[in-house]
Design a protein around this ligand. Structure first.
Ligand code: FES
Length: 159
């Protein structure tokens, strides 16, 4: 078994390079995790273990930081990110109807990613665009005044 296979298929050399550069630049744990996530797309536990070893930091600390901040993801993310708002304004203006369309089209509940990694579906609580309720953030852009048809068209246009 190669070292890479032994570490769950993640490229040890890539993480080693990130850790070495981070030491050179005297980076803290959060920017190191950000850089790792930017490079490999998410933070698999094997990568966190490797970072802990290379940085001589307890794994529990690395894991704790990675799970504390919402910006870090321990599972793979989809190519498209749908963050549907279920804050009060969006909820009363039809959020649950939009949710049904998304769940049906993607075949997953909130908090999951499709098996083909096409999309990740998440619920958020207020995007600061309550005047556009019901709203969602799709690939970083707020889309508002959603109807079921509008959401269906957005989902159908995703590659
Ligand atoms: S409640 Fe949905 S944007 Fe504020």
């Amino acid at each position: 078994m190669t070292e890479e296979e032994c570490r769950g298929g993640h490229d040890f050399a890539v993480i080693e390079a990130i850790a070495a550069k981070a030491k050179e630049e005297n980076l803290g744990l959060i920017p190191i995790l950000q850089r790792t996530q930017e490079t490999i797309g998410y933070l698999p536990k094997e990568a966190l273990r490797t970072l802990a070893e290379l940085l001589h930091v307890p794994y529990s600390k690395v894991f704790g930081v990675a799970t504390f901040y919402a910006q870090f993801h321990l599972t793979p993310r989809g190519r498209h990110i749908i963050q549907q708002c279920d804050g009060t304004a969006c909820h009363v203006k039809g959020g649950p109807r939009i949710r049904r369309v998304i769940e049906e089209a993607l075949g997953i509940p909130p908090g999951e990613t499709t098996s083909d990694l096409k999309a990740t579906y998440e619920i958020v609580y207020c995007l600061g665009s309550c005047g556009l309720a019901p709203a969602a953030m799709v690939d970083g852009k707020v889309v508002g005044r959603l109807t079921q048809d509008k959401m269906k068209r957005i989902l159908a246009s995703m590659e």
